[in-house]
Design a protein around this ligand. Structure first.
Ligand SMILES: Nc1nc2c(ncn2[C@@H]2O[C@H](COP(=O)(O)OP(=O)(O)OP(=O)(O)O)[C@@H](O)[C@H]2O)c(=O)[nH]1
Ligand SMILES: [Mg+2]
Length: 516
């Protein structure tokens, strides 16, 4: 690694380089060549449901409202592309990035639950999520003034500037802080002569790279608005210094600042309106699923914990593409599966969580997470081999709390301890959590049993035997409205004993229709 003389001095005196840190926290990342974007069009995948017969209307049915094409597209695609592309973080080409992690050693801003090394490791994994973005080196540098314009004290900042300038090929610096003010960003870029990222703009770049659907693109466009607003503030301040920012534009009755603010407001309204339309559509899809009474199981957890891999193992859906990459899944997709009792269920794959994500970034994606709130069961997937597993759990639970998930749903949540194949000793979870390896298929039977019993309880379903008259439409009605498990024909009596999984409401309807 190319270390300038200044950097070596700096590393010796003021900071620790973590160049030896294992990639992606101990697990080798996939070669970059394998990290290509793959369009995930898997909602209601056409993969057979573990060899079972699809229930009527499973793949579209009479209402035809079951595929992600429905969420995907209408006449105003051009508008969305316009909103998405008119402000782009620099994605093209190769980026060679120096990661700088400001470490606060004392006071209220000190992070107690984690270490600087682990935070740097996550920053490395973030950068490496985008193909052709590489980490040139990473530094941990202490600061007593993390909120100041230059983040570091004068001496450290000077040394850091020399270091940055010592890297001939460097294209960007990633300062591992939640959010830089646009003034700081501008001044740091001026001092270092390269692009400067904070966590907000880094995560947005990854989102941009992975966004495929209209909804994801609009959410990103919304999340970029605060950046545009603070940039505008800076530009106007700069123009004001030259006496231009608050001058009226001829004939318009508005100043430059006012025109720009108005355009941003219009943009925001347009994005929100388009998102609202999609939200209504999502609601409609949910209602349709409900009408068919398939239980919905949302699989959520920290990014890269193995959510997509787990759903792939549970459903056999070959179209799912798990990747060793942060935020590989940006769009909520649904996948049909069968429980051991052969009841069809829907597994919903969700966007991963990340600690220290600015609130408005989460807010922009909250519509996507609404499906979580409306599920019948939550599965929390944790990468138990990860050194930050406990902190990750805390972050996930904090976000769930903010989403106003009903307490009953939270209490019945199943915790899955994934990646046990990476834990060197025999793994036994210390509580009710279920240890699995989604990749190798360990522990899945126990998980399915637990999912089945919790889904039954949460949705008020029961297994019962109903005697039906074979001359009446009772049996075909049950096939349509409930989940028929077994039919034992009694030829002499012209009837059959039918084992069904049925909700109380549907059983009530059955009795009303067929009891004499
Ligand atoms: N060794 C091992 N690797 C696993 C296991 N489960 C998932 N992985 C790997 O972990 C990486 C991330 O898996 P994903 O399923 O994409 O994780 P995710 O939670 O969906 O990630 P995001 O969509 O980015 O939030 C992939 O490289 C998987 O192969 C497991 O049980 N054992
Ligand atoms: Mg995923």
């Amino acid at each position: 690694m190319l270390l300038s003389r200044a950097l070596r001095a700096l590393a010796r005196r003021h900071c620790r380089s973590v160049a030896s840190w294992p990639r992606a926290l101990g697990r080798p990342l996939l070669p970059l060549s394998e990290l290509r974007p793959v369009r995930q069009r898997s909602l209601w995948s056409s993969t057979p449901l573990c060899g079972a017969k699809r229930p009527g209307g499973w793949h579209g049915g009479e209402s035809g409202g079951w595929t992600d094409e429905d969420m995907d597209y209408e006449e105003d695609d051009d508008d969305v592309e316009d909103l998405f592309s008119s402000y782009a973080t620099p994605l093209q080409g190769t980026q060679k990035i120096l990661i700088v992690h400001p470490e606060v050693k004392w006071g209220a801003r000190k992070q107690h639950c984690t270490t600087a090394d682990l935070q740097v490791a996550e920053a490395v994994a973030l950068v490496q999520s985008i193909p052709n973005w590489t980490v040139v080196d990473h530094l941990i540098m202490s600061t007593k003034t993390p909120d100041s314009k230059f983040i570091f004290g004068k001496g450290n900042f000077q040394l850091l500037t020399e270091t940055v300038k010592g890297f001939a090929q460097l294209t960007a610096v990633f300062l591992n802080v939640e959010r830089l003010s646009s003034l700081s960003e501008k001044e740091l870029e001026a001092a270092w002569g390269v692009k400067v990222f904070d966590r907000y703009s880094m995560v947005l770049s990854i989102f941009r790279y992975n966004a495929r659907t209209k909804e994801a693109k609009l959410q990103i466009a919304l999340a970029e608005l605060p950046l545009l607003r603070s940039k505008l503030k800076n530009e106007t301040a700069h123009l004001d210094q030259q006496g231009g920012g608050s001058r009226y534009i001829m004939g318009s009755g508005e100043t430059f600042m006012e025109v720009q603010q108005r355009l941003l407001k219009e943009r925001e309204l347009k994005i929100k309106k388009a998102l609202e339309k999609l939200k209504n559509k999502r609601k409609m899809l949910r209602t349709q699923r409900r009408r068919r009474e398939f239980p919905i199981i949302s699989v959520m957890g920290y990014t890269n914990s193995g959510k997509t891999t787990l759903i792939k193992s549970l459903t056999g859906d070959a179209s799912l593409q798990p990747r060793d990459q942060l935020f590989a899944t940006l769009d909520v997709t649904a996948h049909g599966g069968l429980l051991p009792c052969r009841m069809p269920v829907i597994y919903v794959d969700t966007i991963g969580f990340l600690s220290q994500l600015p609130h408005n970034l989460i807010d922009s994606f909250s519509a996507t997470l609404e499906d979580v709130v409306h599920s019948d069961l939550l599965i929390h997937v944790r990468d138990i081999s990860h050194p930050e597993a406990d902190n990750q759990k805390r972050s996930v639970l904090a976000v769930l709390q903010n989403l106003n998930v009903p307490p009953k749903l939270l209490e019945s949540m199943i915790e899955v301890h994934n990646k046990i194949d990476l834990v060197p000793i025999r793994y036994d979870s210390d509580n009710t959590a279920i240890p699995v390896s989604a990749l190798l298929g360990y522990g899945l039977d126990k998980l399915k049993q637990s999912v089945e019993s919790t889904v039954m309880t949460n949705t008020g379903r029961i297994i019962m035997t109903i005697r039906v008259n074979l001359e009446s439409p009772q049996l075909s009605w049950l096939y349509k409205e409930a989940s028929v498990q077994e039919v034992k024909v009694l030829p002499e009596e012209g009837s059959a004993d039918v084992v069904v999984i049925i909700t109380n409401a549907v059983y009530g309807k059955y009795k009303k229709l067929f009891s004499k």
